[in-house]
Design a binder for this molecule. Structure first.
Ligand SMILES: *Cc1c(COP(=O)(O)O)cnc(C)c1O
Length: 393
């Protein structure tokens, strides 16, 4: 039986899979089970930040697996402490970390911190979490409810109470009340359609929340780990949130979720935990990935790659202005708005057939999340394939 038949027979059908099975990769180049090569402009939805088959990560993980992968969080774990140090220092915020295994789990941790912080005076129970319409925060029962998309609340109820949706940053101030425990937003909505928030509005919101002592939670599961140029998008936006969540790119492909916070006193022993979180394997991956990305940033290569990628994307956009209406995004989290959703679906299929992987976001956005290590040759090759795809529309 081949892979596709096995999958259909034994795996629950929660994903609409494209008709391809990759077997290996090298930086931003993937190879399928028939030996065909593809340029990867997706990084597996923003995960493989340092490229496929990264030699340094492979070496670090092989060494780690050969000695210890897991002991439990009942004991000290050197790579976890080191990973926390690297993440905190890269962020330049005075924070501490909790390690989980996914973006949703990181956001669950963030909500728990905000809610326990909200109980501080005993009398008024602050439990409301304000999020934005078109947001995406995860697939667990709580984070799916935190997600401001009605279509995702069709089943699975009753949900945890207390989630309130604002129609944009402007509306948040009017929704704050004595029961508000926190405000959780993405600085660039990813799944919602590569939708950057306005910097001044975000700064004003951050200031207002500080005055009211309401924690600001920034969901950086997609924007974090240098995706938009700084380690966190919060740094790029010039704000100091109380809580930041990371996942996707920070593990380079090894499952990891991190919630980091200035509210170091809120959780105490027994309040939160994870069996796998921050184990030797995933923490070692974080150490190596953050080291590699720190070096890319310091050498100027990250900025250079982002410039080359955005130039190529701009040229592609100009050449196809009959199909795309706008170029959006920041750094290497970017997109092109297509004139309609059907055309977009066709482009993504044709792109794959021509050897380049791209993503959809929101209703009509062609999304690009390339590995941050992508080379100029890979960028050129990818856009050539994409141009061929457009000519076949
Ligand atoms: C992907 C994503 C999540 C969910 O992460 P999982 O690892 O799939 O649980 C949460 N928030 C944002 C902004 C994301 O992009």
């Amino acid at each position: 039986m081949n892979i596709k038949e096995l999958d259909k027979k034994y795996v629950l059908p929660t994903y609409g899979r494209a008709d391809v099975a990759f077997v290996k990769g090298d930086n931003a180049t993937l190879e399928d089970d028939e030996g065909k090569k593809y340029i990867d402009f997706t990084s597996g939805i923003g995960v493989v930040s340092v490229g496929h088959g990264n030699k340094r990560v492979a070496k670090a993980l092989c060494e780690q697996v050969a000695s210890l992968t897991h002991t439990s969080n009942l004991y000290y774990i050197a790579p976890q402490a080191l990973a926390a140090q690297k993440v905190v220092e890269a962020s330049a915020y005075d924070m501490q970390c909790f390690f989980g295994n996914s973006g949703a789990e990181a956001n669950e941790g963030a909500i728990k911190i905000a809610r326990k912080h909200g109980e501080r005076d005993g009398e008024i129970k602050r439990y409301k979490i304000i999020t934005l319409n078109h947001s995406f925060h995860g697939r667990t029962i709580t984070t799916v409810k935190a997600t401001g998309q009605e279509s995702m609340h069709n089943y699975f109820g009753p949900f945890p109470d207390g989630f309130v949706y604002a129609d944009g940053i402007d509306e948040i101030a009017s929704l704050l009340d004595d029961h508000t425990a926190g405000v959780m937003i993405e600085l660039i909505q990813g799944e919602g359609g590569v939708e950057p928030q306005d910097k001044e509005k975000v700064q004003a919101l951050a200031k207002l929340l500080k005055e009211k002592e309401i924690p600001l939670i920034i969901d950086e599961v997609q924007t974090g780990a240098y995706r938009i140029g700084e380690f966190t998008a919060s740094q790029a936006y010039g704000i100091e949130p109380e809580i930041i969540t990371l996942a996707k790119g920070v593990g380079g492909g090894v499952p990891v979720g991190i919630v980091m916070t200035t509210l170091k006193e809120v959780l105490s022993a027994g309040d939160h935990g994870s069996t796998f979180g921050g184990n030797f394997l995933s923490a070692r991956a974080v150490c190596e990935v953050v080291d590699i990305l720190d070096e890319l940033k310091k050498s100027g290569d990250l900025e250079n790659t982002s410039r080359v990628f955005n130039k190529a994307l701009e040229d592609f956009y100009q050449a196809n202005s009959d199909v795309f209406t706008q170029k959006v995004g920041i750094g290497m989290m970017c997109g092109l708005r297509a004139k309609d959703a059907d055309t977009l679906a066709k482009i993504i299929d044709l792109a794959r057939q021509n050897g380049v992987m791209v993503l959809k976001a929101g209703r009509n956005t062609l999304r690009f999340l390339p590995p941050l290590t992508i080379t100029k040759e890979e960028i050129d090759e990818g856009f050539q394939a994409l141009s061929t795809a457009m000519s076949q529309l």
